[in-house]
Design a protein around this ligand. Structure first.
Ligand SMILES: C[S@@+](CC[C@H](N)C(=O)[O-])C[C@H]1O[C@@H](n2cnc3c(N)ncnc32)[C@H](O)[C@@H]1O
Length: 252
């Protein structure tokens, strides 16, 4: 009985801490919005992540000194291998939506014909550093198109009629109220033949995870995609990255 009470008390303490951190994070976003009217949560996230990394935090995928270089390079090769297996060829055009520090981008730039890699992100704070990290000769030869997301950048990417569009480790930073917009922009890039792959750990219920992540539910994903005439496809045999948590987006 005493152990049960201890566990209950620990659980309640965790919940109180969770609420405190959530309130603090909401306040930080409200303050940031006052200084950046019309800004999005994605931009707030990118600035906050940059600040933490500059203060010495490690990150799984963002930054240069903050990442485990062997790990991010190996991950990028695994992603590329999945796409090759799914039929991606050097002549194809590939959009990397939420391209971050271009670790995956570098592998695709290397594989694809010049000009066929398109990287998009809500902010330039990570891809500017990513481009600076790459040898100037490589960038000049591979001619990646890397832009901040906005109407013009979306139009440019759409005009390339991409064969593949992927968004990996991005949806977790999209709050529930922005999910429809996130999908709408991604789907707006697609031509009839485009294949779209999203990396995300789906949860039974949409859940906020401190300090800056969400796990969205299957229901939320379905509801956000339905008005776009699309649906999530979870079956591994229909996906591009069958062993990575996430889904493909397909037309209904
Ligand atoms: C964890 S990083 C992942 C980077 C890269 N996709 C990877 O897997 O290595 C998340 C990236 O998504 C971007 N991002 C956050 N919210 C976004 C949104 N709503 N739309 C597009 N990009 C977003 C961030 O700026 C950041 O570069």
């Amino acid at each position: 009985m005493a152990r049960l009470i201890d566990r209950l008390q620990a659980y309640l303490k965790d919940r109180r801490e969770w609420r405190r951190v959530r309130r603090k994070q909401k306040k930080q976003f409200v303050r940031w919005l006052a200084d950046n009217p019309g800004g999005s949560y994605g931009q707030f996230y990118a600035e906050d992540a940059r600040r933490r990394i500059d203060a010495g935090d490690a990150h799984a995928t963002l930054g240069v000194a903050s990442v485990d270089r062997d790990e991010v390079t190996a991950r990028a090769q695994r992603v590329l291998a999945n796409f090759e297996q799914a039929g991606c060829r050097p002549e194809h055009v590939v959009v990397d939506y939420g391209c971050g520090s271009l670790w995956i981008g570098e592998a695709f730039m290397n594989y694809l014909q010049p000009g066929n890699y398109v990287g998009l992100d809500v902010s330039d704070v990570f891809f500017a550093e990513g481009l600076a990290r790459l040898p100037a000769e490589f960038v000049a030869r591979k001619r990646p198109s890397v832009q901040v997301i906005g109407d013009a950048a979306l139009r440019d990417a759409q005009a390339r009629t991409p064969d593949f569009i992927f968004s990996l480790a991005v949806m977790q930073h999209v709050p529930p109220e922005d999910l429809s917009d996130y999908f709408r922009r991604i789907v707006s890039l697609a031509a009839p033949h485009s294949r779209i792959e999203i990396g995300h750990w789906i949860r039974f219920r949409t859940t906020w995870l401190p300090p800056r992540s969400w796990r969205h539910s299957r229901h939320a994903v379905r509801a956000a995609l339905a008005p776009l005439g699309c649906a999530p496809e979870y079956r591994p045999e229909r996906r591009i990255m069958p062993t990575t948590p996430g889904f493909s987006i397909v037309r209904r």
